[in-house]
Ligand binder design. Structure first.
Ligand SMILES: [Zn+2]
Ligand SMILES: [Zn+2]
Length: 856
């Protein structure tokens, strides 16, 4: 060992000639991994505990974007960590490959959707492989292929059989850009979810619906048990399902609109306030308003104005903030409780898709109604007295409006004197008894309209016979194949209707001619159950075998974007409950834990071609290597936050890898001879050695804890970087003569590679081999930390006030001055001694003493 070699020839330093050639090393391992297709295969009959980690499957748009890389890097790190912890890991990938962009591309480039889609898949799969993601490709699911979509059709038949798929004529959301129907969930503030600037229109069409509302209560109550899901996602789902208990009450129109006996049904959650109702408010799209407007063009124009205002408010996203406008219709309705005639209004703040689109307005006890009544000088009538009101002041009218539930009815006929809660029950029962209402529960959630007037989707397996009506395609005739070479148009009609060979069929009941359904299914059907298919992807007899799915489910960890918090995650929860009721699976919920990662942005904005701020994964891999691209997406921000891409950041990662590589290349042989399995005995170490050992165990603890809890991979990667600094420091000090056992440094070096393995698989595999390790790094044991060894060495420091000993504090030996002096001042005895006094200065003698000088 050179003691004082000033030439520096054999002295380790950072300017050494050892260079990390990421491209060379990554190509080498890429080739090796390609040769072993079973490398990441989950075991079929394993005695190991199972772990199912899943990232949401992508739409094959043509190329991965950085958001994908981030999502998959999180999942891949977790999968590798679980393998190293001895689990049987299922980590599959697939393609959500039906849908609109393929049709648009077909029209634009004259390429059939199937060809366009499959070539995109090939490209993205190659990208994923190059990035080193550890997927079990033997379970790949491609939803646009018949071996998958035939099971969508099979499920549709089951849904139909159970009365959960039905056809009805209804007003539907129509996007003129998509030229198809949208589900309610695909309308965002009045606009198309795909076309943020396109207002959704209403059309009347015959459509297939799935009865999602049958499970509304369970979809809601199940959320309480999903404590491994982000609270914000659960809240979004609760709001979406939108359960409210209330009552329906019919107000007689007295022949003022429609035939005699016509009524308006109002939904209210506060029937106890009905004696305070001084107007009826209708949504601008309410059928009664349409009837009135049909005969009155001027009124029609006014109503259209209200509709436009409502849309605008939805666009901003908060209907509650709308400047309230309304029009008196000149008609009256009769309150069935007191026979009073009250005016009917139409107002821009009433939504047709909530309740019945009609409310009774009780200005005394509702903020919105109050604001509206004040503006239009509508009567305000007090019918509740708050329970917490001062008894002395009961004669004085309370400040209006107030909305408390905790009160007593007044001015309410025979119901006066009841508490609100009592009145709600009694009055709903009274309405039911007298045939003008009933208690009810309403949901914002509606049944799922699944018909799409598009080509690139799963054909709905239904036939229409003149004699027999709707006839399902027999199971044995599945799949109903999607024909190829179809002329795709955007005229608003289903392209399949233009294919006579497809449309014309034989009725399986009577043998006569039948017409095939020409709409296809919403692509969200595909993603509603795809993760069950992964457990048994090649099954040609059933969607999957129950026992296999029961072994793997629920998904232990599901990872994806928060933009799927409603659509995909409600539909797939619905599908899971349906499959459970069919007896196919045991689980109630598909995923035990859900993680929603943040977006990758650049220059403060979402990456987009228009802004020219797109970072391409291919470029990053070519310039810095796959490991750098992956590690950077984990390091640059906590995974649940947005990540603002900085090229300088990924360069920093590249330098870190180069330092790891140089260190190991220089020290591998020494480590090889010194390595042993167990921890180095702490008592035999110098304080310098102990410090390194402590750092080692602290780092293992930190990375392990993060995988199990917070997932702050950014901070645990920083800790691994610090551990590398310890090795460099030790290398330098050893060169100067410090005695640090080679076996300890070997343990640190080996552990460093194990800790890096989930994040930077290429580099870790290369250096693992350099260390002379024989087994697969994927199955190497995750390092264990010793809590005692990780514990900071602590010292006791006397604390004086004006030179007089007042207390002693215990702090970690390497604490900073700030840490020690703050702890000294926070000590109870010291606080008492300082009480009310002014601190002149605080003196700290490092590791020995704190003295606080005060005056007064
Ligand atoms: Zn659209
Ligand atoms: Zn027939």
């Amino acid at each position: 060992m050179p003691q004082d070699d000033k030439s520096g020839a054999s002295r380790p330093d950072d300017r050494s000639d050892i260079r990390y050639d990421a491209q060379r090393v990554e190509s080498k391992w890429f080739e090796r991994w390609q040769r072993d297709p079973s490398l990441y295969a989950a075991e079929a009959n394993s005695s190991l505990p199972k772990y199912y980690v899943l990232e949401m499957l992508p739409y094959p748009s043509g190329a991965l974007h950085m958001g994908h890389v981030r999502n998959y890097s999180i999942g891949d790190a977790l999968a590798r960590y679980m393998w190293m912890n001895g689990y049987n890991v299922l980590h599959p990938m697939g393609w959500d490959s039906f849908g609109l962009p393929a049709e648009n591309a077909a029209i634009k480039n004259n390429t059939p959707p199937r060809q366009w889609t499959l070539s995109n898949i090939a490209n993205m799969k190659a990208q994923m492989k190059r990035l080193g993601f550890a997927y079990d490709w033997s379970r790949e699911v491609t939803t646009c292929l018949p071996d998958y979509y035939r099971w969508n059709q099979w499920f549709f038949l089951k849904l139909y059989e159970k009365g959960l798929a039905y056809r009805k004529k209804s007003k539907v959301n129509w996007c003129p850009q998509c030229a198809t129907v949208l589900a309610n969930e695909q309308v965002v503030g009045g606009f198309c979810w795909r076309h943020e600037d396109t207002l959704v229109e209403q059309r009347e069409l015959e459509q297939w619906f799935l009865r999602t509302t049958k499970y509304a209560d369970e979809l809601l109550s199940g959320l309480d048990k999903l404590d491994g899901w982000p609270e914000k996602v659960r809240t979004m789902q609760r709001n979406w399902i939108g359960r409210s208990e209330g009552a329906l009450v019919d107000f007689d129109l007295g022949g003022s609109v429609g035939p005699a006996g016509s009524t308006i049904t109002v939904f209210t959650t506060r029937i106890d306030t009905i004696y305070g109702a001084t107007s009826i408010q209708l949504a601008p799209e309410h059928p009664i308003i349409n009837d009135l407007a049909a005969k009155n063009p001027q009124f029609r124009a006014q109503v259209d104005q209200l509709i436009a205002e409502q849309r605008k408010a939805r666009e901003i996203g908060d209907i509650g903030e709308i400047e309230k406008h309304g029009i008196f219709t000149g008609r009256y309705a009769k309150n069935p409780f007191n026979a009073q005639a009250i005016p009917i209004w139409v107002a821009n703040y009433i939504l047709m898709d909530y309740g019945t689109g009609a409310i009774m307005s009780v200005p005394a006890h509702d903020d919105r109604d109050y604001e509206f009544a004040k503006k239009y000088k509508i009567d305000i009538r007090l019918v509740i007295l708050p329970a917490d009101g001062d008894p002395e002041e009961t004669a004085v009218e309370p400040q209006l409006p107030f909305t408390t539930h905790d009160g007593m009815l007044v001015n309410s006929g025979p119901f006066s004197g009841l508490s609100c809660d009592e009145a709600i029950k009694k009055m709903a029962a009274y309405a039911k008894e007298h045939g003008f209402g009933k208690p009810t529960v309403t949901y914002r959630l509606k049944d799922w309209g699944v018909s799409r007037q598009r080509y690139w989707g799963t054909p709905i397996p239904m036939l229409y016979c003149e004699k027999d009506g709707i006839v399902p395609v027999p199971e044995k005739d599945l799949p109903v194949l999607l024909p190829e070479n179809v002329d795709i148009t955007l005229t608003g009609a289903s392209p399949l209707a233009l294919v006579p060979e497809f449309v014309n069929a034989t009725c399986p009941k009577c043998g006569g001619p039948a017409r095939r359904e020409t709409d296809t299914m919403d692509t969200f059907v595909d993603s509603s159950w795809y993760f069950y298919r992964y457990t048994d992807a090649c099954n040609s007899e059933a969607p999957f075998a129950s026992d296999t799915a029961n072994y793997w489910f629920p998904i232990n960890q599901y990872i994806g974007g928060v933009e799927h918090a409603i659509l995909h995650l409600i539909y797939s929860r619905f599908w899971t409950k349906f499959m459970r009721d069919l007896g196919m699976i045991r689980t109630d919920e598909p995923a035990e834990r859900l993680f929603t990662q943040g977006m990758v942005i650049k220059d403060g904005a979402k990456m987009s071609k228009n802004l020219g701020n797109v970072v391409s994964p291919d470029d990053m891999v070519a310039r810095y290597g796959a490991d750098s691209a992956r590690l950077y997406t984990l390091f640059a921000a906590p995974p649940d936050r947005d990540l603002d891409w900085q090229d300088s950041g990924i360069e920093g990662i590249q330098r870190f890898f180069a330092r790891v590589y140089r260190y190991v290349m220089r020290n591998a042989s020494a480590a090889h001879s010194a390595s042993g399995g167990s921890h180095v005995d702490a008592s035999a170490l110098s304080s310098e050695g102990r410090q390194i050992q402590r750092k080692l165990h602290q780092t293992i603890k930190r990375v392990t804890d993060d995988f199990q809890g917070r997932w702050h991979f950014n901070t645990c990667i920083a800790a691994i970087m610090e551990l590398l600094n310890e090795l460099y420091g030790a290398e330098e000090r050893t060169a100067k003569g410090s005695e640090i056992p080679a076996s300890l440094l070997a343990e640190v070096q080996r552990t460093l590679l194990l800790l890096l393995a989930p994040f930077a698989p290429y580099l870790a595999h290369e250096l693992w081999e350099v260390l002379g390790e024989k087994g697969s790094l994927l199955k190497a044991r995750w390092p264990k930390y010793d809590a005692a060894l990780a514990k900071e060495e602590e010292i006791e420091i006397p604390v004086q006030v004006n030179g007089k000993l007042r207390s002693r504090i215990i702090v970690p030996a390497d604490s900073s001055e700030d840490f020690v002096t703050q702890n000294a001042q926070a000590d109870e005895k010291i606080r008492a001694a300082l009480d009310g006094k002014q601190i002149v200065k605080v003196i700290y003698v490092p590791g020995k003493l704190v003295n606080i000088v005060i005056c007064g």
